[in-house]
Design a protein around this ligand. Structure first.
Ligand code: BES
Ligand code: MN
Ligand code: ZN
Length: 499
């Protein structure tokens, strides 16, 4: 798809389809009004007849509207003007792209990007539109013999701005949006790939490819070196698998001062979580191929940051392995020594995410990070707490938590903060080691975060539990690419590149 920014009146666009919005109670947006005016009330007449009520979700395709230069005009219902906020804007753009893709028009010009959204900049509207367009058009069909065919798919999409003076900043925002969309797409595709394809080796190869594409420094730590480093917690998860574990380390250096301390992102990369000896029940176990969505999201974010060439230093760590049952697998009751020296009693081999993340957290210390954010499909309990709307956020620093929550709000990829109070640490008591790897059913996502916090004492740290947000189940089963938008937005802001 080819994207561009345009400014100019809607009636003069030589486009296969011009897309304009209509609010509820028949209120035309400015561009819809301009078309209506040159067309002698053609739109208002249709609206008066009741063919388009402006309700959110409604749309109407018109052909050969008088006095316009375009082949079609697509009306998109926006709902009540008073209630038109960020979410409504995003829904309207999504509906427009869906409808546009089904019209037969191979190019379109969107005027929805000119609608004022309270407190939102032009940049935000353009960035969001680009991300939503790519998200809506995404298909994962590489394993289907017959690909779904759109008759005449959309090939060119233009976003309109009101003034020529806005073109430049809008183009910049478009570039940001497309970079983030590329990160989201990568995260979704990695997530959707089956476990027999997307193995630890595949994730490592993907990181190497990103590094090649953007001239980054990438190192893959193999089993032998993990042993030397003392990563026995990570290794204990890999013991039951035929696939060799990997620890991916990628450095993006974009800061003015090459020696500036990096931000570190860590992503859980369990390419299939069977539960191990604490085997999971059968139903929906296929969805545990998504247990590497944390890894996918940090690689996606890395891709976006590299494409935007943000002036920051970013290090991405991906501990990755399968979690499988086997004669050689870890057993409940086994005790391992983590890289930090702290010992862990593995009471449940299905609580494996924290076991691989803890060694990656300790490894991160050597970079003296500004902050560390780990992203993980860590606990079913987080899905019980927050459902599929918000990711769970935990942090040992309030400023970091606040900034991440705000980034999530602004990027429409929200998180909600959960407590990490000391009282919860008692849940992890073990009679035989420094800690157990589980804390019981109550507050399951909090005890998991508490476990991680014991390995994050030397830096500012946040943890995103994306168990409920990384993928969808049911009829539209598939990875969402979350929280790439949140992370990318947060890093854009840190880099001072947000308007
Ligand atoms: N990957 C799972 C968490 C998960 C489960 C995410 C279901 C999304 C949907 C994780 O490794 C796990 O198995 N966690 C256990 C922890 C428990 C044994 C303390 C869980 O949540 O049941
Ligand atoms: Mn598990
Ligand atoms: Zn898991």
């Amino acid at each position: 798809m080819e994207f561009s920014i345009k400014s100019g009146s809607p009636e003069k666009q030589r486009s296969a389809c011009v897309v304009v919005g209509v609010f509820e109670n028949r209120k035309l947006t400015l561009p819809a009004g301009s078309i209506d005016k040159v067309a002698n009330g053609y739109l208002s007449e249709i609206i008066r007849r009741g063919d388009m009520d402006g309700k959110a979700g409604s749309s109407l395709l018109l052909h050969a509207v008088p006095a316009t230069q375009c082949d079609r005009v697509l009306l998109i219902g926006l709902g009540k003007e008073k209630e038109f906020r960020e979410k409504e804007y995003c829904t309207a753009v999504r509906n427009a792209i869906k409808a546009l893709n089904e019209t037969g028009a191979t190019d379109g010009t969107l005027f929805l990007t000119t609608i004022a959204v309270r407190k939102c900049s032009i940049d935000w509207r353009i960035r969001q539109a680009a991300i939503i367009a790519q998200e809506t058009l995404y298909r994962f069909e590489q394993f289907k013999s017959k690909k779904s065919k759109v008759r005449r798919p959309l090939r060119k999409l233009a976003f309109n701005v009101d003034r020529r003076s806005e073109l430049k900043q809008a183009e910049n925002a478009l570039a940001q949006g497309l970079a983030i969309a590329e990160g989201v797409t990568l995260a979704r595709t990695l997530g959707n790939l089956p476990g027999n394809v997307c193995t630890p080796g595949y994730l490592a190869d993907t990181a190497l490819q990103i590094a090649r594409d953007h001239a980054l420094d990438c190192q893959i730590i193999e089993r032998a070196e993990m042993e030397t480093l003392g990563m026995h917690s990570l290794l204990s998860v890999a013991k039951g698998s035929r696939q060799p574990p990997k620890l991916v380390v990628v450095h993006y250096r974009g800061a003015q001062d090459a020696k500036e301390k990096p931000m570190v992102l860590i992503g859980k990369g369990i390419t299939f979580d069977s539960g191990g000896i604490s085997l999971k029940p059968g139903p929906e176990m296929d969805e545990m191929k998504f247990d590497m969505c944390g890894a996918a999201s940090v690689l996606g974010t890395l891709k976006a940051v590299a494409r935007m060439q943000l002036p920051i230093n970013l290090t991405v760590l991906v501990p990755t392995t399968e979690n499988m049952p086997d004669g050689a697998a870890s057993k409940p009751g086994d005790i391992v020594t983590s890289m930090s020296g702290q010992t862990i009693e593995i009471l449940n081999t299905d609580a494996e995410g924290r076991l691989i993340l803890c060694d990656a957290l300790t490894y991160a210390e050597r970079f003296e990070p500004q902050a560390v954010i780990d992203v993980a499909t860590l606990t079913g309990a987080c899905v019980i707490a927050l459902g599929h709307v918000a990711s769970g956020l935990f942090a040992n620093n309030d400023g970091l938590a606040r900034d991440l929550l705000q980034a999530g709000d602004e990027a429409q990829d929200r998180a909600w903060q959960m407590p990490l109070w000391d009282e919860y640490q008692d849940l992890l008591k073990s009679n035989f080691a420094d800690m157990a790897n589980i804390g019981g059913r109550a507050a399951g996502s909090v005890s998991a975060a508490c476990f991680l916090s014991r390995f994050a004492k030397k830096f500012e740290w946040a943890h995103l539990d994306i168990a409920g947000t990384a993928w969808k189940s049911g009829a539209d089963k598939g990875a969402t690419g979350r929280p790439v938008p949140l992370l990318a937005h947060y890093l854009l802001k840190r880099a001072g590149k947000l308007n």
